[in-house]
Design a binder for this molecule. Structure first.
Ligand SMILES: Nc1ncnc2c1ncn2[C@@H]1O[C@H](COP(=O)(O)OP(=O)(O)OP(=O)(O)O)[C@@H](O)[C@H]1O
Length: 241
């Protein structure tokens, strides 16, 4: 196991999990999970299907409460940070009104956050200028993801939670997406199955296996001399059937 390194220097710590456990009824999803994400860092959550990544993101958003342990986000309860617009989020599905145009959705998001950013800026951020008049239900999967990204950025959040953000994006859109994320300078926590993205864009990687943190470190530390995919094979088990 790669050692969990503290302290993180002088930067303040953002989301923190302190011995968090969570179950869906009798299905245990997380057991005794502890980690902290320093401000300004990009952290990737890696693990097999069903490992507990989405549950971790849900807890950070205050959508679920831990059965035991404590989750803090920007120094307080997750729900408070979310309600104050300090957190931007891209989840895997849903969340967009299908009958509205892209421009309408962007306007709605702007208004929700007190017009902190211009329409033009947000359309640019998502690479959406060409499809601004198109209805959401006529977008491709990758375009819809880019709308979700623009919406997530509307409030100039300090912290971004991204659950498999680039799944439907083509290579160009993915690169542009990461360039935008990095340029904004937020603290970012993202779950992904694209190991190359974790390798390239994450400052740190947290590997979750069957609800437990089994490794944490820089991509180079996790990868060692065997590559990230081999490391993941060694660190994690097959999904429970
Ligand atoms: N609503 C739910 N009800 C019951 N069990 C659930 C529910 N959501 C998730 N689980 C279970 O909790 C565990 C963790 O699931 P989670 O969705 O957090 O995994 P994940 O790492 O995000 O997986 P994936 O990579 O497939 O998105 C799994 O065993 C899953 O089957």
């Amino acid at each position: 196991m790669v050692e969990y390194q503290r302290p993180w220097g002088t930067r303040s710590v953002s989301p923190t999990f302190d011995r968090v456990s969570y179950s869906y009824g009798r299905q245990r999803a997380l057991t005794d999970v502890s980690f902290s994400v320093p401000a300004g860092m990009t952290v990737a959550l890696l693990g097999a299907n069903g490992a507990g990544k989405s549950t971790t993101v849900d807890l950070m958003l205050g959508l679920r409460r831990p059965d035991s342990g404590r989750v803090t986000v920007l120094g307080g309860a997750p729900g408070v940070a979310v309600r104050r617009g300090r957190v931007g989020v891209m989840l895997q599905t849903g969340g967009l009104p299908q009958d509205a145009t892209v421009g309408d959705v962007i306007e709605l998001a702007r208004r929700l956050y007190g017009n902190r950013r211009s329409r033009r800026e947000l359309l640019e951020l998502g690479g959406l200028q060409e499809v601004a008049r198109r209805k959401v239900d006529a977008l491709s999967g990758g375009q819809a993801q880019r709308v979700r990204f623009a919406v997530a950025m509307a409030g100039r959040p300090e912290l971004l939670f991204l659950d498999e953000p680039t799944v439907a994006m083509d290579f160009r859109a993915r690169r542009r997406f990461w360039a935008s994320v990095k340029a904004e300078g937020n603290t970012v926590v993202f779950a992904t199955h694209y190991l190359d993205e974790a390798d390239e864009y994450a400052d740190r990687v947290i590997v979750i296996d069957r609800g437990r943190v089994v490794a944490e470190g820089t991509p180079a530390e996790i990868r060692g001399d065997r590559g990230l995919e081999e490391a993941l094979f060694a660190l994690t088990a097959e999904e429970d059937q």
